[in-house]
Design a protein around this ligand. Structure first.
Ligand SMILES: C[S@@+](CC[C@H](N)C(=O)[O-])C[C@H]1O[C@@H](n2cnc3c(N)ncnc32)[C@H](O)[C@@H]1O
Length: 271
């Protein structure tokens, strides 16, 4: 029997609700760290991917709850006053770091579908004294924010979990202001691996089986209206599968980029 997209999403939600509960339950807190992918080396996922200074800025529970495969706050090169959206914000680590980076004139949104993660993230942000952030409940395939409302979209090891990646990329393009940028950490497969070969290397809920290939990511971003697209492998997480940095810029209308607007030739030959 094939698993429907809805069943798969529910499986993902259950898996991460369990992770959030494990962190929240202090007697069982060792389960939280680095457990994005079942049985994986904790140096390839989780808090080990943040430097000591950044970890020092976080409440212990936020660092412990980190389940990512990179550090998108560094990838996105955030500036004071910017607004940032973190897709699949989990225990809140990247929202907390982003809120600090953009300062009181900026703002950070976290979006997650799992109640237990949202509760953990809100508590972590409060413990970190964060005032310029909010955590929204929703799915990354249908972002509950208006069009052109944020400067930067980040995400850490979540897009691979989506059952409709084209919708996610379209939503990123919709919510970003023209010229806005996306800086994401995700698991990405080498182009040579088929979907079946990716699934042999790890589970869907463990961030492996649902990974896009490098070309699929690049083409998907271009089709969604991005330019300056790059996908750079950083560390191998399974044979032929990598933690990767994905970057792109939302296309500006030609006239707004300072480029000449090319007039379409007409058959009238008027001028
Ligand atoms: C691997 S964890 C990563 C959490 C966080 N980004 C981090 O680095 O620690 C995946 C998170 O994405 C959320 N998630 C997965 N699929 C989602 C979807 N389609 N919509 C919203 N949230 C989703 C899960 O609830 C979970 O909190």
């Amino acid at each position: 029997m094939t698993t429907s997209a809805e069943e798969l999403r529910e499986e993902v939600r259950r898996r991460y609700a369990e992770s959030a509960r494990a962190v929240t339950d202090e007697t069982n807190c060792g389960c939280g760290s680095g457990s994005c992918c079942d049985g994986e080396d904790a140096t390839r996922f989780g808090e080990a991917l943040y430097d000591a200074d950044q970890r020092g800025e976080l409440p212990d529970a936020a660092a412990l709850a980190s389940l990512g495969c990179g550090n998108p706050t560094v990838v996105a090169d955030l500036h004071e006053g910017e607004s940032v959206l973190d897709l699949g914000s989990g225990g809140g680590i990247d929202v907390i770091l982003s809120a600090k980076r953009v300062g009181p004139a900026g703002f950070a949104y976290g979006l997650d579908m799992t109640d237990e993660m949202l509760a953990l993230a809100r508590r972590n942000a409060e413990d970190a004294g964060i005032k310029n952030a909010i955590f929204l409940k929703g799915v990354i395939e249908e972002v509950p924010l208006p069009a052109d409302s944020v400067d930067v979209v980040i995400s850490n090891c979540v897009i691979n979990l989506s059952t409709d990646k084209a919708a996610v990329l379209a939503e990123i393009a919709r919510v970003l202001r023209p010229g806005g940028r996306v800086g994401v950490s995700d698991v990405v497969a080498e182009d040579r691996l088929s979907s079946e070969e990716r699934a042999e290397r790890g589970s869907y809920v463990g961030c492996i089986a649902g990974a896009l290939s490098k070309s699929e990511y690049e083409e998907g971003l271009k089709a969604a209206g991005f330019e300056e697209v790059s996908v750079t492998f950083t560390h191998e997480v399974a044979e032929g599968m990598h933690g990767a940095i994905v970057k792109a810029v939302k296309t500006l209308e030609p006239g707004k980029r300072g480029l000449p607007v090319i007039q379409e030739a007409t058959s009238s030959g008027c001028c």
